[in-house]
Design a protein around this ligand. Structure first.
Ligand SMILES: *Cc1c(COP(=O)(O)O)cnc(C)c1O
Length: 387
């Protein structure tokens, strides 16, 4: 198979050094080499989460990390306030329901970020303290919307609920300050902004959360954060971990810090701006609302008269460029281009050029080169309009 250029929001392009790390020989996952590896990963991840607390690794995709967070923090019958802004937020609500929690939601239309005022108002009304948990999404991959977390943290204020954040598709790509914002459990996964193949969930847990985890929690076995913590103290994981993915993430974290967090954030933001500018120039509307744009996923409306599936198929088959489609009610309505992973500026220009050719081929009217020109202007710092 020819190498594809992945613009899907996970799994993402993986750099050659990270891929090569996975070819290393196996080691004993209960031996000293793995212990050193695990400690390096946890330490290296702390600044990405913005925490001094523990970072645990679980052998699973992101959803396993989210389930571990929910089952560890709450007991059946407790009430949690879930604030979905798209498909992944609804999944979080479903996890909570599955484990017998009473779920209340603050609903937000697709394309918008969560309104901090709405959250503040609901929590102010909770005079009896019945809300035991608040479940937030940092970056909603299904709509290309990123919540600003600092204002949400301010809205929560000193409400005592345990705060769980799904930061799966954003952590590492922008500033995140778990400790400062008072979040209890934050979850991410290897195959998104960390630019590693899928297989590991990373879960950061605050010290306040541990006190609650000791007292509460649903029945759990595999996804038990207490076990993960106890084994981490011995330099191990409770269960056999995906050792090769651990090799990969170790190298990826080293590369992350070598590039510098602020440069990584700027890169994602710049790529997202370039894609949005290109889309607008091509007459393809950005789906997310101004002020709510994600820096890791750009959602675009499918232009009038075109078909999402045909566009995506042509991009994949003719150009080896893979982009995402819409999920659930947005299926057929939007396209999604991720900015995460080992993508160069040239890759982004290539992806935009391919999109331009494909749109033309599908009968969309556009000015040849207009998308590329807008993207180039973004990269050269010569944007004219704010997008
Ligand atoms: C990818 C993703 C997840 C987890 O999905 P998995 O397939 O289980 O890794 C959860 N939340 C968001 C916002 C995501 O983008």
């Amino acid at each position: 198979m020819q190498r594809q250029l992945l613009f899907i929001p996970g799994p993402v392009m993986v750099s050659d050094p990270v891929l090569a790390a996975m070819a290393r020989p196996m080691i004993d996952h209960r031996g000293p080499e793995f212990a050193a590896l695990l400690a390096r990963i946890a330490r290296g991840m702390q600044p990405l989460f913005g925490t001094q607390g523990e970072v645990l690794i679980l052998g699973s995709s992101g959803s396993g990390g989210l389930e571990a967070a929910v089952t560890s923090a709450f007991t059946a019958g407790q009430k949690v306030l879930v604030c979905p802004i798209g498909v992944f937020g609804k999944r979080l609500a479903n996890i909570a329901r599955t484990w017998g929690l009473e779920v209340e939601t603050i609903d937000t239309p697709n394309g918008y970020a969560l309104d901090p005022q709405a959250l503040a108002a609901r929590l102010r009304a909770d005079t009896t303290g019945e809300i035991a948990g608040i479940l937030l999404t940092q970056n909603e991959t299904s709509t290309g919307v990123q919540n600003e977390m600092a204002p949400l943290a301010a809205s929560i204020g000193d409400h005592p609920a345990t705060v769980i954040v799904d930061a799966v598709s954003g952590l590492g790509a922008s500033d995140f300050r778990m400790d400062e914002w008072g979040f209890d459990i934050v979850v991410t996964a290897s195959q998104k902004a960390l630019a590693v193949p899928p297989g590991l969930a990373l879960v950061a847990v605050s010290s306040r959360a541990w006190e609650r985890i000791e007292k509460a929690g649903a029945p759990r076995f595999y996804f038990d954060l207490r076990k993960a913590r106890d084994f981490a103290k011995l330099g191990q994981t409770p269960w056999t971990p995906p050792v090769s993915i651990a090799y990969a993430i170790d190298v990826a974290i080293e590369r992350y810090h070598a590039e510098g967090a602020e440069n990584v954030w700027a890169r994602h933001a710049r790529y997202a701006r370039a894609i949005r500018a290109a889309a607008e120039a091509l007459g393809v509307e950005v789906f997310s609302q101004p002020g709510a744009h994600s820096s890791t996923v750009v959602a675009l409306n499918v232009p009038e008269g075109l078909q999402a599936d045909a566009l995506r198929r042509s991009l994949r088959e003719d150009a080896n460029v893979v982009i995402g489609g819409g999920q659930q009610e947005l299926k057929g309505k939007i396209l999604r281009m991720g900015t995460m992973g080992a993508l160069s500026r040239t890759d982004v220009l290539g992806g935009i050029g391919a999109l331009e050719i494909t749109l033309l081929g599908q009968g969309h009217r556009l000015q040849i080169g207009s998308g590329l020109r807008a993207a180039l202007a973004t990269f050269l710092g010569m944007e004219t309009a704010a997008v």
